[in-house]
Every structure is written in C-alpha cells, then in structure tokens.
Design a protein around this ligand. Structure first.
Ligand SMILES: [Zn+2]
Ligand SMILES: [Zn+2]
Length: 232
C-alpha cells in the first residue's frame, strides 16, 4: 500500500505524480470535456508502483468538471456496468459523465496546457502498512474488513458503507485501486472561481467531498474503464 502525499513542492512540466499540472494523457485521448461543454479539471495523476497487482506500471489520471459536482449514485441495484459506462454512466438523475478516470501505459509526453484551476503540486508515494480492522454488525452475517481512510494506492478500502463491486462491460470483475478520503481539498488558484456545492472557498473537491474508491478494469479494455464509488 502507498500513501499519496503532498509536500507542497511546486510541480513543473514533466512531473508525473501531481495535483494539477500537465496531464500525461493516453495516446488515444485528448483533455476530457464534460457533457456541459467545460474542460475538466485535472485533480491528480500518479504512476502506479510496479508491485501493485493488476495496475503496476499504469499511469492514473482523475478529472472532474469544474461546475458539475455530485456523488455517484448507481441507478437500481446493478453490478454489471453497461457498454461505454465511462461516457454514459448509469447514474441517478442522468447527469452524464462529469468525471473521467484514465489508466494507461502509453509513452506520451505531458500536455502543452497546464491545469488552470488548481495550484500544481508534486505528489510523492510512500510505502506504508495497511491496518485492517475486522468488524461485524448485528444485522450482517458477513465480517467486514476495512483499511485506513487515507489518500492511497492499493491496500484495503475503508468502506464507509457496504462494500460495492462492479463488473466491467467487458465482463472483467472491477478491482479496487485507489482511495481518496472524505473532504479532501485540492487547493485552487486564488483568481479561479469557487467550486459549486463545496464547503471550502479555496479548495476544489471530488464528488461532493465523499469518500471515493476508484475501481478499475484489470483487463484494461479501455483507458477510461474505471468507476468511482462514492460513500459517506
Ligand atoms: Zn460539466
Ligand atoms: Zn473492462
């Protein structure tokens, strides 16, 4: 398990582990645009360490629209995600794809443009030990295992509610990769507008500040074959 840490050192062009900065995109993808027309914000990107099962060596990027900010509530009880769920997510109120999560191993150069909303910081990944808590609620015959609530790659998700699992459109069982803790703030440039529906005037957040668990397709059937589970 790796903790993702921000030591508040400014990230320059070519930095691969960053908040904001210059995205290193898959060869087949350009900077994502929301269905509302706005270019999405690069919240963070990291190289996945080689010893992380299924995704070692991948580059992970997480984008969300600067204006659309919501949790991700899957319509109905469904574990099978439909075709092109990354473009047309099966989400309540049909908000469209206001986020994009990308994974790839392409040898691409950083984008010329820099993320304009967020202050660019270098991230570092520090190996750490997961601490798993086992518990069992009165109404549930199944014992739960939860890890630490941290900004982290790998380890065990610290499910705030029932664990969720999904099957990719390609039939592969999605695998947990990365967790973003509740109310994690990403510092914005002073001149940028406040993010809608957020509690912070100087930070942006992902998915309304929910605890976020990124699941991804281990078959890598598409660079955007990933799913954000949001809970609180
Ligand atoms: Zn939007
Ligand atoms: Zn897949």
């Amino acid at each position: 398990m790796y903790l993702i840490e921000n030591r508040r050192e400014e990230a320059g062009v070519g930095a691969r582990d960053t908040i904001g900065g210059h995205p290193i995109l898959p060869a087949s993808e350009s900077w994502p645009t929301c269905q509302c027309g706005e270019r999405m914000v690069l919240f963070f990107q990291v190289d996945i360490p080689p010893n992380i099962p299924e995704f070692g060596g991948d580059h992970l990027l997480v984008f969300q629209c600067p204006s659309d900010n919501d949790a991700v509530g899957v319509e109905g009880i469904r574990e099978q995600l439909p075709e092109r769920y990354w473009d047309v997510p099966p989400v309540w109120n049909d908000p469209g794809a206001f986020w994009r999560i990308l994974l790839h191993q392409d040898g691409t150069e950083p984008a010329d443009d820099v993320e304009p909303h967020l202050r660019p910081y270098r991230l570092s990944l520090r190996p750490s030990t997961e601490e798993v808590t086992v518990w069992q609620s009165d109404h549930d015959p199944v014992k739960r295992q939860v890890g630490r609530s941290e900004f982290k790659i790998g380890g065990v998700p610290s499910w705030a509610q029932d664990p969720e699992s999904y099957r990719c459109a390609c039939d592969a069982e999605m695998v947990y990769l990365c967790q973003i803790p509740i109310d994690m703030g990403f510092e914005k440039h002073a001149h940028q507008p406040e993010q809608p529906d957020t509690s912070s005037s100087d930070h942006y957040g992902l998915f309304l500040g929910n605890e976020v668990y990124i699941l991804a397709c281990p078959a890598h059937c598409h660079p955007a074959a990933a799913w954000p589970v949001t809970q609180n």
